[in-house]
Write a protein of this length. Sequence first.
Length: 150
Amino acid sequence: MMRAVVQRVLSAKVTVDDEVVGAIDAGLLVYAGAAADDGEADVRYIAEKVSGLRIFPDGAGKMNLSVAEVGGAVLLVSAFTVTADARRGRRPSFDSSASGEVARPLIEALEGALRAAGLRVATGRFAEHMHVESLNDGPICILLDSRRIV
């Protein structure tokens, strides 16, 4: 169950050790996490949803346009914590999260799929401690889950 938290932003950037490693103006900030049993279908699902989400306003002010239609970009940030299970107790469980060896190629595949969809994509750095700054627009925050049934 690959998951992504998608935020519509006016700007966003990722800093590692005081160096800006990824930045965008208007578009989508996407925190993505992979589960141990994720594969190509999960990546494809998340990429299609991110690229097709109609969460930008049209001329009438209705959320009716995708990030590509407004000329926006995507800042993709790998975040294993997105796969956390916090249903029991107060400490989240990360048992379903993919190991770095499994997650890295999945997150890289997601980046590739977003680029293949014609989107400009900036990224954070995998497995690094990152500082993420964003100016959320709305606020609009959408949770995507490649296997959520209900």
